[in-house]
Design a protein around this ligand. Structure first.
Ligand code: HH2
Length: 350
């Protein structure tokens, strides 16, 4: 039996017209009429052989049967996440209750400062607030369970009754997931895709919450030591696909999963740029896609800007993501991202 894998990377997005809305010119990604694509890159990988060609939407839709399942996953409407419809890009604001995060370490370590920051991000238009208490930047040392709980729980407990935006807990630890869920968190965000803590799969299933599965190669301490892939985009896709299957076996349905290519996690500058440029491929996994490119070091690698000076590059990456239909942007600068999205969305509708 051949172990050939097939991938579809939607490309050539176009604005809806009456014809296209009727489905004659393009295919709608993730069930969204505003995400119409006229063509796609069809990729076939057989061992080390990779064949790529551009196909029209019509060719794709009348293609061989093996494509039908993939196409169905690509075009199926996504379920809401934490009560939020995925029919426009959502902004997830980052709250780091840490002394050592790469761009804002120490600013929000005190619970009061973290709570005030979260309220500020919500006022600026964050749809979701992502609260984390362990830095996973390259070289970061792990934080023990008690310390992570001590930092994060007062923040979740204070915010849950006060905010409209659903709370996401950014953690790799099952016990933190369990307690945060009990305190009102509505989304689990794990940069290890439930691989770091052996109990995480089961606990995540028990909470009944949606889960973000992020790709990382290696552990934060060592992940930037010479990361390698055969083909970074396809390898990340396959790895996420395998994690989705592991979650399904543990009782978490695909409709409750989100995927994230994990910009900066065990990737060189070239790897990050390849993932950013091809991220529409991840819709083929049948889940909403989240992008975390905000202030990341690839922007510094390209421009020399330090973490504080990377807002322009972060906005460019965010728009590259929404142009490819990615549903959630994880960002530090909510007001600025909202403004960029407002211009983007208005010009698309014009
Ligand atoms: N990036 C960081 C942390 N969590 N979660 C997802 N799903 N995707 C990401 O890209 C992602 C993430 C790293 O950013 P930050 O939290 O600001 O830094 P640190 O890990 O140093 O706290």
């Amino acid at each position: 039996m051949s172990d050939k894998s097939i991938y579809i990377r939607p490309t050539a997005r176009f604005a809806p017209t009456a014809d296209a809305a009727a489905g004659s010119l393009g295919f709608a990604v993730a069930g969204r009429r505003d995400l119409l694509f006229a063509a796609a890159e069809l990729i076939e990988r057989d061992g080390s052989e990779i064949a790529r060609r551009i196909v029209s939407a019509a060719e794709l839709c009348s293609g061989p049967l093996q494509l039908a399942g993939l196409l169905e996953r690509l075009t199926r409407r996504r379920d809401p996440v934490a009560g939020l419809a995925l029919d426009r890009p959502l902004v997830m604001g980052v709250v780091n209750v840490t002394p050592d995060s790469f761009s804002d370490g120490g600013r929000y370590l005190a619970a009061d400062a973290a709570i005030a920051h979260a309220l500020q991000l919500e006022a600026e238009g964050a749809d979701i607030l992502d609260i984390g208490a362990e830095s996973t930047r390259p070289g970061a040392e792990p934080v023990d369970l008690q310390e992570e709980l001590r930092r994060v729980m007062p923040v979740i407990e204070a915010l849950a009754p006060r905010v409209r935006a659903p709370l996401s807990i950014d953690t790799r630890k099952a016990e933190v997931m369990r307690r945060a869920a009990r305190a009102g968190a509505a989304l689990l965000n794990d940069v290890s895709a439930l691989t770091h803590d052996p109990a995480a799969l089961q606990v995540a299933a028990e909470t009944g919450l949606p889960v973000v599965l992020m790709h990382a190669q290696g552990d934060p301490r060592t992940m930037q030591d010479d990361p390698r892939y055969d083909d970074v985009v396809l390898d990340v896709y396959d790895w996420l696909g395998a994690r989705i299957e592991a979650c399904e076996r543990a009782g978490i349905p695909r409709s409750r999963l989100l995927v994230d290519p994990g910009i900066g996690f065990g990737k060189t500058l070239a790897h990050n740029l390849a993932l950013l440029g091809a991220s529409s491929i991840f819709h083929g996994l049948g889940c909403a896609v989240l992008l975390g490119a905000s202030r990341k070091s690839f922007i510094g690698g390209l421009t020399g800007a330090d973490a504080q000076g990377r807002l322009p590059g972060s906005l460019a990456a965010a728009l590259l993501g929404v142009a490819q239909g990615l549903q959630i942007l994880r960002v530090h600068d909510v007001a600025a991202t909202r403004q960029a999205l407002a211009v983007w969305e208005a010009s698309r509708g014009a």
